[in-house]
Design a protein around this ligand. Sequence first.
Ligand SMILES: O=C(O)/C=C(\CC(=O)C(=O)O)C(=O)O
Length: 289
Amino acid sequence: MDPDWLVYHPAPKAPDFQLPEGAVDAHCHVFGPAAEFPFAPERKYTPCDAGKAELYALRDHLGFSRNVIVQATCHGKDNSAMIDACRAAGDLARGIASVGPEITEAEIRDMHEAGVRGVRFNFVKRLVDATPKEVFLDIAEKIKGFGWHIVVYFEAQDLEEIEPFLKQLPTTVVVDHMGRPDVSKGVDHPDFQRFIRLMDENQNIWSKVTCPERLSQQGPPYSDVVPYCAEIVERFPDRVLWGTDWPHPNMKSHMPDDGALVDFIQKIAPTKEQQKMLLVDNPMRLYWA
Ligand SMILES: O=C(O)/C=C(\CC(=O)C(=O)O)C(=O)O
């Protein structure tokens, strides 16, 4: 693994916040183990091993019922670790894959049968080499007939440029980590308001209200991120998802305690009704319907 790699928390606390029955961790990853599932040659980082056994132990410890496993860029377009983890969980996991334009209908069907329900388009330059938008649009056409959706990962400064592309996508679109706002700017800043407007005007666009540990400039308990997540949950309660982001790739400042991350949920979704939509109803509708 990279010399400055931070390994996931060895013993997260038991959450004080009791998750609703049937809660879904809708954003997490598996890494390897590398001996079984080697990392991709084109990867931009080399993580520690963090396989399905550890992921499912964390699920049970925190009180989640299900997982959505998002293909991590260190595995490139080889989705086998993610698919193996989905198959091992039976009906309790779904996956988001990374695919190229050469993907065939038969391959999509196989992945669907394993539990995959979408693809991820990544625009974060430190994680991937750029893919032309026409290639992504081509992939979108191929997957839409399967009822899959598209997860997009970009940073706040790139929103203006990719907004027309997002509006062209023919499926439900889920934005990772609220489009990574700069939380020093305030929720009223035009950059975050642009993201709110995008969701407001496009009913097919959802957001993950995730990764306070990545977005925070203050560190735990991530109070500076609360207003951003809370604003989105309040405005769009039926289009939000939450996940741990375990095993927290590329965290450099600190490694979060996953139990404390679960406790964060009640600050951004204060009512029982919001919590149930965020953690159960929305992910079940998108991934298990
Ligand atoms: O875990 C995340 O969502 C964020 C990542 C890693 C990532 O997306 C990947 O490797 O695919 C990041 O910001 O480094």
